[in-house]
Design a protein around this ligand. Structure first.
Ligand SMILES: Cc1cc2nc3c(=O)[nH]c(=O)nc-3n(C[C@H](O)[C@H](O)[C@H](O)COP(=O)(O)OP(=O)(O)OC[C@H]3O[C@@H](n4cnc5c(N)ncnc54)[C@H](O)[C@@H]3O)c2cc1C
Length: 302
């Protein structure tokens, strides 16, 4: 990455923060990851578009980051530009039952806004520690709910760097999958349709889900949530437990004993240790039960 390139990105970023050699363990819930060459926190869409244009012209790779809660970044970090769309790129506007947000807003914040306005439908998402952009891209879900059920449309920055609103039906939202990840689109915003409800009851539901998470998930350790997708007809955590891998560790990377579907970082885990642990778990489960586990966690910089 040349000085001229860095300077061009800084100019395009305008008022937005730009950091060189930014450690990614600061930006992932796993608390793992080496430095990214350039790390930008855009505040406006035109900054995003300008930066992407510069990256493409210079053939420098880029990656869009939300809250880093479903991500394993390599120990070597990322050679390219990371654009983080989180608190720096957020808003929430309500008109009757429609909630329009910019993609950097956290699901917890959106769920809280909906609760305050006495609208129900996103309680399930309140404990998922991601942004709306990451959640729509992953079609995040929990407790029988998923983004697909409430999403009306997403504002997308396409591969031609055009902004367009695409209806949810056209996003091919399935279990932890969307057309957005296939096409490398960027989610700039989203519109959700919720239903009028009772603020107190909504609050109770949110609290109930929070308690269920605290009871079942190893929230006291850094992780990226469920490491594996749910294989059809099985539960990843149960297969891993039945394979005798509860508490199995490589360095500080460990299969949580509280919930075997989570790989946790007990302090100083490296990405390399996590990858080796994941591969050992996959091989063991495949050998014992003939089921191939697919990682839900996304890899960057490998
Ligand atoms: C303790 C814990 C519990 C969790 N529980 C759940 C759960 O119950 N259900 C569930 O589904 N997930 C869960 N997760 C995983 C994670 O929170 C979700 O996948 C979340 O939606 C990821 O959002 P993010 O903003 O953190 O995305 P990131 O991790 O930053 O990115 C994930 C992917 O989305 C892409 N992306 C992010 N923002 C955008 C954007 N604006 N435009 C285009 N692409 C984008 C990234 O490029 C990357 O490929 C959990 C994680 C943790 C740590």
């Amino acid at each position: 990455m040349t000085e001229t390139f860095v300077q061009a990105v800084r100019e395009a970023a305008g008022s937005a923060a730009v950091f060189e050699n930014e450690r990614m363990d600061r930006h992932t819930t796993f608390r793992i990851g080496g430095p990214a060459d350039l790390f930008v926190r855009p505040e406006h869409t035109d900054q995003i578009v300008k930066i992407l244009r510069i990256c493409r012209e210079a053939e420098v790779p880029y990656f869009v980051l939300g809250n880093g809660s479903n991500l394993l970044v390599s120990d070597a970090g990322y050679r390219g530009v990371i654009l983080q769309l989180d608190q720096n790129y957020q808003s929430c506007r309500q008109e009757n039952d429609m909630f329009s947000v910019k993609s950097g807003i956290l699901l917890s914040k959106l769920a809280a806004c909906a609760k305050e306005a006495a609208y129900s439908g996103l309680e399930f998402a309140s404990g998922i520690p991601g942004t709306v952009g990451g959640a729509v891209t992953m079609n995040a879900g929990a407790y029988g709910g998923e983004m697909k059920q409430r999403l009306v449309s997403a504002r997308i920055l396409t591969e031609d760097l055009e902004v367009c609103d695409i209806r949810a039906e056209r996003l091919d939202l399935r279990y932890r999958h969307s057309r957005i990840m296939e096409e490398d689109w960027i989610v700039l915003g989203a519109v959700f349709r919720l239903v009028p409800g009772d603020e107190e009851k909504i609050g109770e539901k949110i609290a109930e889900y929070r308690e269920a998470r605290q009871e079942k998930q190893p929230l006291e350790y850094p992780s990226a949530g469920s490491t594996f997708k749910r294989p059809e007809g099985y539960f990843a955590g149960k297969l891993i437990m039945d394979a005798g891998l509860a508490g199995f560790s490589i360095g500080d990377a460990e299969v949580s004993e509280k919930h075997c579907g989570f790989v946790i970082n007990r302090g100083q885990a490296t990405a390399d240790q996590v990858v080796r642990l994941i591969e050992t778990v996959r091989e063991t489960v495949l050998q014992k039960f003939g089921v191939l586990l697919e990682p839900e966690v996304r890899y960057l910089g490998f």
